[in-house]
Design a protein around this ligand. Structure first.
Ligand SMILES: Cc1cc2nc3c(=O)[nH]c(=O)nc-3n(C[C@H](O)[C@H](O)[C@H](O)COP(=O)(O)OP(=O)(O)OC[C@H]3O[C@@H](n4cnc5c(N)ncnc54)[C@H](O)[C@@H]3O)c2cc1C
Length: 373
């Protein structure tokens, strides 16, 4: 396989979500020729709650792809308070003194990142769906063939590029659903982010307002619950609050579950974001990991393929997702769920720990060793 970013063909990135756009921006900013193709035309919608953790905000602003004032301009809401519930019982409300969670519209956010990549010099080709890929080129639905020196699969769950390495597309066995309820249809706007556990195993229901509409949705990564069971739980949750589901459209999308590729691909084929399985198995967070892995892939390519050096940092997104795959059992397993719920209810430290995890300011290992020792 070729593994030389200086060969005459450009780096080809399939997928223009946060992973692909960040990778293209970083490569183009370093003067490396790259083309990004996406089947959609931007701006496009993406099923997502659009929450950005403090860690994600830091990655965006410190890298320079989204300076702080531009992130502020994209922000629809910012939260410091979270309420934690177990099957309708309020466990605790927690307010952070230090960090916040921002809400953005994925339509706007992704579009801005694509514009950033384009302004940095990446060639953006939209409306081109990759339908086959091999070790030298990618062919699209319209019959165009793109030769590459390096190929980056940033094509989300069910990644086609993943097939070039493993013989199989990504599976995307996790799933998320959401309803958007206009605030005008509700008696009041929730003042904090609500997290509701206990409606189905290994997942939760969230309630988050963006100031115009309330997103009520489910995330389930690695859950034994079937999609129909999850939808049933979500509909029951809404109906119990007097919200008639029939009035609103249900949106759903796959999430990668237990599909982490710790090497972000192989040889000159790279994977980033959902395509690499980089979704937190507790929170379902994936935007920050997509951006960070896009940058990591760009660094690997800039360094001539030196994955070992670039990926060795212990606190990167790969390490966080690995930890989440282990520690999720403490929160969600039927054997420990009750104890975890009592811990969140009775112990401020647990709630602080949960907030730290979803903010990305403490790793799972650090948090659990602090709390449990
Ligand atoms: C219901 C739900 C709620 C979520 N909420 C949050 C949240 O609040 N916060 C958070 O951090 N994460 C959240 N996530 C996860 C987050 O949406 C993903 O982890 C994130 O979008 C991954 O980014 P990506 O760039 O890897 O992939 P994507 O954003 O999925 O982008 C992939 C791109 O590839 C393109 N593409 C796919 N196939 C092809 C092809 N064959 N040819 C060309 N282009 C192709 C697509 O059009 C798309 O633009 C949520 C997910 C779900 C399902």
């Amino acid at each position: 396989m070729i593994n030389n970013a200086k060969s005459k063909d450009p780096t080809l990135i399939v997928g223009g979500g946060p992973a692909g756009a960040s990778c293209a921006w970083k490569l183009a900013s370093a003067g490396i020729s790259c083309i990004l193709i996406d089947k959609a035309s931007f701006p496009r919608d993406k099923v997502c709650a659009g929450t950005l953790s403090a860690r994600t905000a830091e990655i965006l602003t410190s890298s320079g792809i989204l300076p702080a004032p531009e992130l502020e301009a994209l922000k629809l809401k910012e939260y410091r308070t979270i309420s934690l519930w177990n099957r309708g019982d309020l466990l605790r409300t927690f307010t952070s003194q230090h960090t916040s969670v921002r809400i953005v519209s994925r339509r706007e956010f992704d579009n801005v990142l694509i514009d950033k990549a384009s302004a940095a010099g990446a060639r953006i080709v939209t409306g081109e769906a990759a339908v086959s890929a091999d070790s030298s080129s990618v062919t699209t639905l319209t019959g165009k063939a793109f030769s590459y020196s390096n190929l980056v699969g940033a094509d989300g769950c069910g990644s086609l590029v993943r097939k070039v390495i493993s013989g199989k597309r990504g599976k995307g066995t996790g799933i998320g659903f959401e309803y958007f309820i206009p605030l005008t249809d509700l008696d009041e706007e929730p003042e904090e982010i609500q997290i509701h556990f206990g409606y189905f195993p290994y997942g939760y229901i969230w309630v988050i307002s963006d100031g115009e509409k309330v997103n009520i949705g489910t995330g389930a990564v690695g859950s034994p619950a079937s999609p129909s069971n999850i939808i049933f739980a979500l509909k029951g949750f809404l109906e119990a609050r007097g919200i008639s589901c029939e009035k609103y459209q249900l949106h759903g999308a796959l999430l990668p579950s237990r599909e982490l590729d710790r090497n972000l691909g192989k040889g000159n084929i790279y994977l980033a974001g959902d395509a690499a399985g980089l979704v937190d198995h507790v929170s379902g967070e994936g935007i920050g990991h997509a951006v960070e892995s896009g940058f990591l892939v760009a660094e690997c390519i800039s360094s001539g393929g030196d994955r070992k050096t670039v990926l060795k940092r212990k606190d990167n997104c790969i390490s966080i997702v690995r930890q989440s795959m282990f520690y999720r059992h403490l929160l969600f397993s039927p054997f420990t769920h009750g104890t975890a719920m009592m811990g969140l209810r009775d112990n401020e430290e647990y709630a602080q720990g949960y907030w730290n995890i979803i903010s990305g300011i403490e790793s799972y290992t650090e948090m659990f060793s602090r709390i449990l020792t």
